[in-house]
Design a protein around this ligand. Structure first.
Ligand code: MN
Length: 231
């Protein structure tokens, strides 16, 4: 399947640095949202994306989760060697196109969505404390969205020597639109609004730019990163 790409990353309106990053090297796409003191978050997201992009000759699309685990080891190793980078970590939501399928590997609270026949569907599950509390029936989805501690992660890349990676595969159809995004988008815009913007701009770069602009208009309280893929 051919894909056309739109991508954008922005510091937002309140942060001083952009600790998000994205990768778009066909057939591999990813977003990462780093965390850590000083500039450690920036280092973590950049290192994870670089490690992911280092494809060995025998790496097929099936190896994506293994490559995410390898990226985890690279970030964790660096964090344990450098006192300034201690405890750094990053989210990583990665997608590789494999014929008529998209394979996704995911750690953290960045997200992958599928827009099909006008309907927006979330493909990933957030690895956050509030999400766990929703699963346990302690919070509603609406309460979780406004919860002051909604960004506390239960899983991140680089924090421990090993990491569990969620995997999923989507069988694609012509006309599908995929979105990878960091929480700077989803914390500022509800899914209804995200779906509306994705439906209203048929150009993937136009849609990516419009999403970032809308998140900034809504406050831009975090770094915002989006990758839009049209199949
Ligand atoms: Mn963020």
């Amino acid at each position: 399947m051919n894909v056309s790409l739109g991508a954008q990353t922005d510091v937002g309106r309140t942060r001083e640095t952009n600790e998000d990053g994205y990768l778009a090297e066909d057939p591999l796409y990813a977003v990462a949202d780093g965390m850590g003191g000083h500039r450690a978050g920036e280092v973590a997201s950049r290192m994870a994306l670089e490690a992911l992009a280092e494809v060995e000759p025998d790496d097929g699309p099936h190896s994506l989760p293994e490559r995410v685990k390898a990226a985890n080891r690279v970030v964790h190793q660096r964090a344990s060697e450098d006192k300034d980078l201690e405890g750094m970590g990053t989210t990583l939501t990665a997608l590789v196109m494999d014929g008529s399928e998209a394979r996704i590997a995911h750690v953290g609270d960045s997200r992958a969505y599928l827009l099909r026949d006008g309907e927006l569907k979330m493909l990933t599950e957030d690895h956050t404390l509030v999400r766990r509390m929703v699963t346990e029936g302690k919070l509603t989805t609406e309460e979780a969205e406004r919860h002051p501690q909604r960004s506390i992660l239960t899983r991140a890349l680089g924090v421990d020597a090993e990491v569990d990676v969620d995997e999923m595969t989507v069988r694609l159809r012509g006309g599908d639109r995929l979105l990878l995004c960091t929480d700077g988008l989803t914390s500022m815009l509800g899914e209804d609004r995200i779906g509306e913007i994705l439906r209203s701009d048929s150009d993937p770069q136009g849609a990516a730019d419009a999403l970032v602009e809308a998140a900034n208009e809504a406050g831009g309280q975090d770094n915002i990163t989006v990758v839009v893929l049209d199949v």
